[in-house]
Each structure stands twice: as C-alpha cells, then as structure tokens.
Design a protein around this ligand. Structure first.
Ligand code: SF4
Ligand code: SF4
Length: 118
C-alpha cells in the first residue's frame, strides 16, 4: 500500500500560478485566497520558495493551506480521515505532473518514495 510523504527536492506544490488552479475560490476562504495570491511571484512560484534548495524558506510559519494534515484537508476539501492518504498522493502527483511532467525524475522519485506501482 502506498503511504503519502513529502519528498525532498520536489517543491511542486509551491508553484502557485493561479491560472493553473482555477478552482482556488472553491476551497479557499476570501482571507486565505488573498494570502495565497500575495505569495505568487512573477514566475508563478511562491515568493518563499527557495529554487536552489527546492524548499520552503518559512517552513515553520507556512500558511495553513500549505499543510498536509487532516484538519486542514477536512476543512478545505471535505475529505474524511480514511481518504487523506490517497487524496494527498493524488494531489502531489497532479502537481508534480503539472510542474515537472508525468515522466519526470521528480515523479519517479515521488512514486518510489510513497510506494506507488509504476
Ligand atoms: S508536491 Fe507533494 S511531495 Fe512535492 S513538495 Fe509538495 S507535498 Fe511535497
Ligand atoms: S509558503 Fe512555503 S510551503 Fe507554502 S507555497 Fe510557499 S514555499 Fe511552499
């Protein structure tokens, strides 16, 4: 069984370009949407993303909507506890595919790390 985890040297979900996430308004409250949009840099990446290290520069203070945890996902997406693992894996795969591509080393790395069948 695949088990979700956030792999190092990825950062795909920190590519925030709103044109690639047209459903933002459906799950972010107005205040969170405002915060989200304030983080988008000119290149579409979060202004707090370190592209060299491929990691968050404010990890401990990152916004709530950046956190993969049950209470946040219940609130944003209305999922149940037993759905969290598979839902988070799907989210990561979608984001990695959009940013790096379906056949990218990042996708391969993620699938291997979580134990997904290729
Ligand atoms: S897309 Fe998934 S694996 Fe990649 S940085 Fe985000 S949470 Fe981690
Ligand atoms: S605040 Fe950090 S975790 Fe959230 S999108 Fe920006 S770089 Fe990524």
């Amino acid at each position: 069984m695949a088990t979700w985890l956030c792999v190092k040297q990825c950062g795909a979900c920190c590519h925030l370009d709103p044109s690639e996430r047209p459903e933002l308004e459906d799950y972010l409250a107005p205040e969170d949407l405002k915060l989200y949009l304030s983080l988008v840099g000119e290149d579409g990446w979060c202004i707090h993303f370190d592209p060299e290290a491929r990691e968050c520069k404010i990890y401990d203070q990152r916004p709530r909507f950046c956190r993969v945890q049950l209470d946040v996902f219940q609130e944003l997406y209305g999922i149940e506890a037993e759905e969290l693992n598979d839902f988070a894996i799907d989210c990561c795969q979608q984001q990695i595919e959009g940013v790096y591509g379906d056949a990218s080393p990042e996708m391969e790395h993620f699938n291997q790390a979580v134990g997904c069948e290729l």
